[in-house]
Design a protein around this ligand. Structure first.
Ligand SMILES: Nc1nc2c(c(=O)[nH]1)N[C@H]1C(S)=C(S)[C@@H](COP(=O)(O)O)O[C@H]1N2
Ligand SMILES: [Mo]
Length: 545
């Protein structure tokens, strides 16, 4: 270090020489705060941790267009990307507070406490918050972080005398002594920093372990669950519903490949023993609260239904087909005294609520018009996976997921569209959203380079509850050619289609369109996903070699 004149050895100047240690102190304090918060959250409620709470709040406040973009760009990884984003912001904040604390120790620690308070406010303000205890993770974490930052930056401050550390102006060091040795407590800092890092790591790991075991009862209840055989099994899938073409989506989408779209940063893990469903609201003359066993004692029906997300772009992946087992929602509603509007019932909207505070609104008329609207408990031969709503979710053929397919459901309220806007409707999505007729080319893939000769063009088409009547394919600007349709399983499922194409060398554009069971041809008018689902026709460009 170059010679430093006595004049420069005022404490503030000495502190200025350690910005990197200030930043490190901030990072360590931030790490400790998060670790403590996560450990507390594991004890209180996993969803009450600051990262999950702030992430959830961020998702709720994200404009529809951005959410749409995130789903489009990151797909099911959107939540991972969000969490990485939150960590990046927290890292920046921690460094900034650390740098601040080198000069203004109390302000730096105070800053940590302020962010802790913000995290606590966010956690208690979440729709699934269970009360003030949700503030604890952020508060305890911030307190620990603030104390640590104060301690660490204390070691960076000039000594006033034998061993003591203070913010007060320092005794000036002897003229020839190197400034650095008297300016700060190097040993103390290294010791405290190392101890803090080790302790945070331990606390963080303990938190993770606790979190993993907290879902144990739910995991066991799912593992032990044996679904009774359905009183009304699904009709056998007709032979010929499934083509054998490479690259074509299978007729049934395996659970582990089924798309997942929801706002849950922590997937709720519910125990069937404590699960309850309450049905109440306008026109409900006999309110009900059902247990899981109550549901299983009812007549179970099994149906094949294709689910689609309103955020699915033309040609997109957010559509899947499964065999569901569940109870008829319409029967249950009728037992509660509910009448559809067409028979004079006062409620036209059914609002489903999930344990994580999500709300979805379906038309009562659709749910009770005879279609197989389900409270589903099984999916493709097993209990619902946690990701897909265990133990109970709604499935209504013909309606986009956000207006029907409530996962982790625990409450059904009969109300009116005038009276209540559910979650996505508050965010500019349509109140009512029947699924639009769509078709998708699965193979060849975009920009594929098939060899000239016969190329199988194949894909799926869906218009749930109306059915698919016809699929046509056009090569470049040629005539529409009728594709072969796979056998229809039900009006509520998608249909595979294929067309052998005599491909000639060069670039070609393939376009597909479907005609639904009402005779309507899939529109060529392009619409964005907001507010009620994308429309237009899927095209794929290939180069034949
Ligand atoms: N509790 C809850 N249920 C939900 C959602 C959600 O965010 N939370 N998303 C809905 C949406 S937008 C869709 S498309 C479907 C997707 O169901 P899946 O994830 O099982 O495919 O779930 C619906 N049910
Ligand atoms: Mo969706």
């Amino acid at each position: 270090m170059p010679h430093v004149s006595n004049e420069a050895k005022k404490p503030s100047d000495l502190r200025q020489r350690r910005p990197e240690l200030g930043a490190l102190s901030g990072l360590l304090a931030g790490f400790a705060a998060l670790a403590l918060a996560e450990l507390t959250a594991a004890a209180v409620r996993p969803q009450a941790g600051p990262v999950v709470a702030v992430g959830g709040a961020a998702i709720d406040r994200t404009p529809a267009a951005v959410k749409d973009w995130a789903i489009r760009s990151f797909g099911t990884d959107d939540k991972l990307v969000l969490q990485i984003g939150i960590f990046a912001v927290l890292t920046g904040l921690a460094i900034a507070l650390g740098l601040l604390a080198v000069h203004h120790r109390r302000t730096g620690s105070g800053g940590v406490l302020i962010f802790g308070a913000l995290g606590a406010l966010t956690a208690t303000g979440r729709p699934d918050s269970t009360g003030l205890v949700d503030a604890l993770p952020s508060l305890i974490g911030a307190l620990g972080g603030a104390v640590l930052l104060h301690t660490l930056t204390g070691r960076l401050v000039t000594r006033t005398g034998a061993g003591s550390v203070s913010d007060e102006p320092a005794v000036r060091p002897a003229p020839n002594e190197p400034a650095v040795d008297v300016a700060w407590d190097r040993r103390g800092f290294v010791l405290a920093a190392t101890a803090a890092a080790a302790a945070s790591l331990g606390v963080g790991m303990l938190g993770r372990k606790l979190k993993a075991s907290s879902g144990r009862a739910a995991i066991d209840s799912r593992q032990d669950l044996v679904l009774p055989p359905p009183a009304s099994p699904a009709p056998a899938v007709p032979r010929g519903a499934q083509f054998r073409v490479d690259g074509l989506s299978p007729f049934f989408t395996p659970n582990e490949r089924f798309y997942r779209v929801d706002t849950a940063l922590v997937v709720p893990r519910l125990d069937t023993a404590t699960w309850r469903l309450r049905i109440h609201g306008k026109g409900v003359t006999r309110e009900k609260t059902l247990t899981f066993d109550d549901l299983l004692r009812r007549e179970l029906i099994e149906r094949d239904i294709t689910l689609t997300c309103v955020s699915n772009e033309v040609g997109g992946p957010y559509v899947g087909n499964a065999r569901w087992i569940g109870v008829r929602l319409a029967d249950l509603l009728a037992e509660c005294g509910v009448e559809p509007p067409s028979r004079g019932g006062p409620a036209d909207q059914l609002v489903a609520r999930s344990v994580d505070g999500m709300t979805l609104g379906s038309p009562v008329e659709d749910v009770m018009d005879g279609r197989d609207a389900l409270l589903a408990v099984g999916m493709n031969g097993e209990p619902l996976p946690f990701d897909h709503g265990f133990p109970v979710r709604m499935v209504v053929p013909g309606l986009y997921g956000y207006v029907s397919a409530c996962k982790w459901i625990d409450d059904i309220e009969l109300t009116t569209f005038d009276n209540y806007d559910p979650y996505w409707v508050e965010r500019n999505w349509a109140r009512e959203a029947p699924i639009k007729t769509q078709s998708r080319i699965d193979t060849p893939k975009p920009f594929a380079r098939p060899e000239s000769g016969t190329v199988m063009v194949a894909g799926v088409a869906w218009a749930q509850h109306r059915g698919i009547e016809k699929v046509e394919v056009r090569i470049d600007d040629g005539p529409w050619q009728q594709a072969t349709l796979a056998a229809e399983d039900s009006r509520d499922t998608w249909r595979q289609w294929s067309l052998p194409w005599q491909a000639t060398k060069g670039g070609h554009t393939l376009t597909v369109r479907a005609t639904d069971g009402t005779g309507q041809i899939q529109t060529a008018d392009r619409a964005k996903t907001v507010p009620d689902g994308a429309s237009g026709r899927h095209t794929v460009v290939v180069t034949v070699e």
